[in-house]
Design a protein around this ligand. Sequence first.
Ligand code: AMP
Length: 117
Amino acid sequence: MKDNDCIFCKIAAGDIPATKVYEDDVVVAFKDLNPMMPVHTLIIPKEHYDNIADDIPDATLAHLMRTVGTVADAQGVRETGFRIIANTGADACQSVGHVHIHVLGGAPMNDGDPSLS
Ligand code: AMP
């Protein structure tokens, strides 16, 4: 269900702009506003769920994860490598309460980089 106060729900609905790199009926992927890497894309389900541990239907969760490869192709990092992160809750510094997967790449990373905190 759409949360009227959720910025990612608004992006999913097209109510606020985002640089989309992929979209279908279930998910949308768009460039992070404050990129930590040359490639920094966020993948979200269009339906609102608070985080990756929320009660997300299996098909939606699978679709979300399947989109990682699609985004990696679209952003040209499948061969060079990339990292995915799903910050979850306060200790992990989740700042937007709509589940999202960060796809990061485009340059070599060290262990633990980027911190995203
Ligand atoms: P997290 O800290 O894991 O919740 O990540 C939230 C991410 O959303 C941050 O990397 C922000 O830069 C990004 N972000 C917030 N608002 C927007 C927006 N309107 N468009 C694109 N990215 C955004």
